[in-house]
Ligand binder design. Structure first.
Ligand code: FAD
Ligand code: PYC
Length: 417
């Protein structure tokens, strides 16, 4: 990977941003496409890119009701890791983790993937048992993860308070060194530019309001704010809005939507070297390249599409951060926001065909789909192109909610749903 100085990075960001504005705008839609993707987040744009690059399908449109990357892709806290429990998840999330290594080179856009390590801390015997179980299960699956003593955890992350008398004492930690962060908006822009270069139409301000079916029940196209657009295949990749869109095709989804919020502090000089997550206290923290502490918690308790979350969650979150990292207790917070996440009963995603011929769905990532973006897009493109799942996503079906063959990742989801 090339090393960039901060000035080279700034120049590169400006160059890329200018290129993006000049190249794209939003084309007027054609009357029909081979594939329409609903939703220009990272997963949707990535799907279009891999459809064009690996499956030779170029007559594609990505329809976005707002601006590209303005959904959860541009709102998330960019934690990347693959330390999930079950074999099925290891396959999916590790596929994604391995793709982050070369993503910048592949799409020729610096997504600033930084493998700075994700450390999950344990505060009680139950946490220790759960996290050690994950370490062992991960290693059996060839997924890197290791156990640290409290002292080793502090050496890895010096601001961590390991005093035995604090409210959330540290009894050890699971560390995935290859985990880390990336720049979320660059992921959206990078995939968009790379897909656009391959001929994909990215059409912003184009809300899908209906899904039209042919006489045989298969997909015929979509109704939008810009009129009807025909399509042989339609992929729904709309995160928190998925149920609403799938209802347009009479498909009921096993999903609930919740606000998930995050906040950032005023910028600080580099002080925080990694990502730390506390699954039982429901808080996590890292530091962005701009210097802000990036902090988040669990979802709100109530289903909602509101783009903001409840204040008591922020309050609890900051209390926990100050307890775990007393050094930050006088830092000022700068802004908060939220996104709408869609949650399945087993906290694993759905990447699948649907009962409607020609209609495919990628959703249910809940609080944790950013990390999966390249892998998810890659296997979803395969699913659409071949009308059959890739080996990696064959378990992540809609049918599992009827058969009961679930992939229960509630514990590995880490950020409470
Ligand atoms: P989105 O980026 O939301 O894209 C979907 C797009 O569909 C949106 O742009 C939306 O406008 C569009 N759309 C919706 N309805 C329509 C319609 N009718 N017509 C046309 N377009 C439509 N994950 C992690 O792995 N690590 C994290 O640290 C992390 N932190 C998070 C923090 C927060 C605060 C939030 C909210 C989420 C977080 N996530 C995290 C989850 C992650 O952001 C999502 O799982 C992921 O970004 C989903 O990407 P997407 O492309 O599927 O969805
Ligand atoms: O899935 O790692 C994660 C995550 C961190 C913050 C939100 N989701």
């Amino acid at each position: 990977m090339r090393k960039y100085s901060i000035f080279a990075l700034a120049r590169e960001a400006m160059r890329q941003h200018k290129g993006w504005e000049e190249q794209w705008g939003s084309p007027e839609p054609k009357s029909s496409y081979d594939v329409i993707i609903i939703g220009a987040g990272g997963h949707g744009l990535g799907t279009a890119y891999y459809l064009a690059k690996e499956h030779g399908i170029r007559n594609i449109a990505v329809l976005e009701k707002s601006w590209l990357g303005g959904g959860n892709t541009g709102r998330n806290t960019t934690v990347i890791r693959s330390n999930y429990l079950y074999d099925e998840s290891a396959g999916l999330y590790n596929h994604a983790l391995n793709m982050w290594d070369n993503l910048s080179q592949d799409i020729n856009y610096n997504v600033m993937y930084s493998a700075r390590g994700v450390m999950m801390v344990a505060h009680n015997v139950h946490d220790v048992q759960v996290l050690k179980r994950h370490v062992h299960a991960n290693r059996l699956n060839g997924v890197q993860n290791e156990w640290l003593s409290p002292q080793e955890a502090k050496e890895f992350c010096p601001p961590l308070n390991i005093s035995k008398s604090c409210r959330y004492p540290i009894m050890g930690a699971a560390l995935q060194r290859k985990g880390g962060t990336a720049r979320h908006d660059a992921v959206a822009w990078g995939y968009a530019r790379a897909a656009s270069d391959l001929g994909v139409d990215i059409i912003q301000n184009c809300e899908v309001t209906g899904i039209r079916r042919a006489a045989d029940g298969s997909v015929a196209g979509v109704e939008t704010g810009k009129g009807f657009i025909g399509a042989k295949k339609v992929g729904v990749v709309a995160a928190g809005n998925t149920s609403h869109i799938m209802q347009m095709a009479d498909v009921r989804m096993p999903l609930e939507s919740f606000p998930l919020q995050a906040l950032v502090s005023e910028p600080l000089k580099p002080i925080f070297p990694c990502v730390v997550m506390s699954n039982s206290v429901h808080t996590y923290i890292s530091q962005s390249d701009k210097g802000e502490l990036v902090i988040g918690a669990g979802t709100d308790q109530y289903t909602s599409y509101a783009p903001n979350g409840s204040l008591h969650i922020t309050n609890h979150n900051l209390e926990a951060i100050c307890e775990l990292f007393p050094i930050f207790s006088r830092v000022k917070m700068m802004r908060t926001w939220a996104g709408t996440v869609d949650v399945t009963p087993d906290r694993s995603p759905i990447l699948a065909k649907t009962p409607v011929k020609g209609l495919y769905v990628n959703c249910g990532w809940g609080t944790g789909g950013f990390k999966a973006t390249p892998g998810s897009a890659h296997v979803f493109a395969h699913t659409i192109a071949n009308d059959a799942p890739h080996k990696i996503n064959e378990f992540f079906t809609l049918e599992r909610f009827k058969t009961g063959r679930l992939v229960d990742e509630s514990a590995a989801a880490a950020v409470a749903h």
